[in-house]
Design a protein around this ligand. Sequence first.
Ligand code: NDP
Length: 504
Amino acid sequence: MDGMSASNDPTAWKPASLRNKLFIGGEWVDGIGGGTIDVINPHDGSVITAIAEATSADVDRAVEAAQKAFPAWSSMAAMDRGRLLLKLADRIEEEQAELGRLEALNTGHPFRDTQILDVPRTAVTYRYFGGMADKFEGSVIPVEAGFLNYLAREPVGVVGQIVPWNFPLMFTSWKMAPALAAGNCIVIKPSEITPLSTLRIAELMQEVGIPDGVVNVVPGYGHTAGARISEHPNIAKVAFTGSTATGRTVVKASAGNLKKLQLELGGKGANIVFEDATIPAAVGGSAFAIWHNQGQACIAGSRLMLHESIADAFMEKFIGLTESIRLGNPLDPATEMGPLTSKMHQQRVLDYCEVAREEGGDIVTGGAAPNDPALAAGCYVRPTIVRAKPADRVCQEEVFGPFVSVMTFKDDAEALEIANGTEYGLGSGLWTADLKRAHKLAGALHAGMVWINSYKRVNPGSPFGGVGQSGYGREMGFEAMREYTHPKSVWVNVDAQIPPYYPR
Ligand code: NDP
């Protein structure tokens, strides 16, 4: 499926076909309410397609389809479930270019990034959990003589998954792959802004033989479809990625049936560069930490903290690199930074530029949309570097865009105090040649993930998640399999002589 134009202009690419309905019980259907939602190309504001809108009644029928599929799926041999995920991983790799273009078109991710990051990471996640399906074991507990006590891991049932717009392809794999490997059925709500790659993955899932009803996709608004998933009495668990504020709403809505929850919320990543760091590596790594995906990442290194002795030298290189980043149409393979994902979000980031000015922050570069008329209709923001103070709003609140707040520190104690001085606790990085210092700080940082002399590494085997207002629960690795299963303790009296409790 390749809709590249005859001119071979990569920016003229259009998908040859698109799925734009709800996927429920293996059927492509309209929403019960009959509504549609326009999906917008963030590069130029054009409408890519209109998708069917899922409302709460559609969530209900998706849950019913998932409940129906659950007995067969959960009792299928784990190896066979795994085999289907492995086939899916292969298909995703075969579709790498097409999936990458679709993601670029809908989200604004540069196509180049989708080829080295989004699509390969998605495939590898399905492959990892495909391999995991028959290797995630229970255990035997050494209890008193004569008893066998074993712990089985059972799927939780129908799980609801709410995925935001920043990494739709990758984040759906992080949620769906472990849930399926563990034997759960899924009702997933991609963001209505970026549903296209999730719908395509559902199509591939059907093609490789994942049975109807095991995965149901209901793109719709958060306050309707999302809210219904959070409160639904027959959904046993919700995995949510999004803002801390919406995460709290999900927690409240889940109280009705005491759902199991997994929350991956915001972050304000501290990226700390010490005086003994290798500066070129730290500059490159810090640029990736914030500019990748236009800074729309919960783990973005959005607080850049520099030791005062190297701050000037670092900044000179960092500003130079930043100003050389090529903004443009995400479908162009030369583009290094695309548009933000929506007009609303572009405005939100531009508003933070105003906040920085009002707070007396020094905007070193950026701070506005680009002047280029070719980008005027899109959701672009120039990469923005602001010198600010730790208590400023731009150092405390998640901007979630190409916007980095720079601070200096004089010693390790001050670095730690600034780094731990927000309500968040997701990812942090540090750059130093001193391993003793590195490990000491890694232990002291209030964060679910710490990167030493790198930033933003992820791997399907390595648990991903935060502490504090960044949420709880973990994606990926064995931890994810635990999140998607219940432990069941079974006691067997093999040969126990139990004295009577009520001797008669
Ligand atoms: P939200 O938290 O509002 O949205 C995330 C997801 O939750 C979307 O799919 C959304 O649907 C859904 N949702 C919204 N309301 C509800 C609800 N009541 N019940 C269940 N689900 C709901 O984030 P925004 O998209 O509004 O972005 C705002 C800010 O949140 C960003 O600027 C960023 O700071 C942060 N954010 C963090 C993310 C992360 O990766 N941790 C991801 C996205 C945002 P809908 O799209 O229809 O609203």
